[in-house]
Design a protein around this ligand. Sequence first.
Ligand SMILES: [Zn+2]
Ligand SMILES: [Zn+2]
Length: 304
Amino acid sequence: MAGSPFGAPGRWLRGNLHGHTTASDGRLSPEEYVAAYRARGYDFVAATDHWRLTDLRPFRGQGFAVVPGAEVDGRAPAPFGHHVVALGIGALPPRSPDAGLQATVDAVRALGGIAVVAHPYETGLTSAHLLEADGYIGLEVWNTLSVVGWGKGLAAVQWDELLQAGRRPAGLATDDTHQRDGRLDDLGFGWVMVRADAAEPDAILAALAAGRFYASTGPEIHDFRVEPGPDGARHARVACSPCRFVHFLCDRGLGRTVAAGPESDLQAASQTLHPAATYVRVQCEDHRGRTAWGPAVALGPGTP
Ligand SMILES: [Zn+2]
Ligand SMILES: [Zn+2]
């Protein structure tokens, strides 16, 4: 079970972990790619060109980190295969076109890397496919390109089905920017907030591996925790930037939504959890529909 970023030492760093440059099918050069994220106030970025390790180190700077990565893929399951974002690798895994998701994840891990399942909804990966593999730290619950390109960038259902099955992957938001036709409508809209000691690749990768991050397209989550109450029940509470909805999501329909009125805001919410719930995660949505996805917390039966 991954740790929580809230209350952990360090500071919040904002980063994009999936994007393409002219080294594969993006339109921005590696230098322009880094500059675009630095201009938007990010603290780190990875370039994940298809089967290419793009060296961004010449463009890193004081307080701005670059994380090595690549996007790799395989043709199974048919017909669309899978894509995996591989982070923290110093070499590419061997290319096996017929590889399945598990083989790809294993190959990334054999290099000491972190594997994230990219855009499962767009690729046609169901939760049944995702359950057949393990060892990946999470999946993209939000992929900006898949949203603005073809409307299939949200994978909250797949994520909840994995959680309901007892798995504990994290949800990540990434851009997967390609700057199609030179447009930047897929750059700067989905990111992770990582709790790390320093804007250094090793610290960021360690925090990702430990689950000390959350995902967002806008709102901030300041705190999220589960605590025992005086009644013996478990309570989840969250503090966030002004939002319209706070969803506490649990197995099936066991969670609850706390809603502000159309003209008012929520900056905190709490919920008594159903005794049968095995996990809880929080989703904070602002008045513009932008969302933050907190980490999932495992709930042992009857214990906080
Ligand atoms: Zn992809
Ligand atoms: Zn991609």
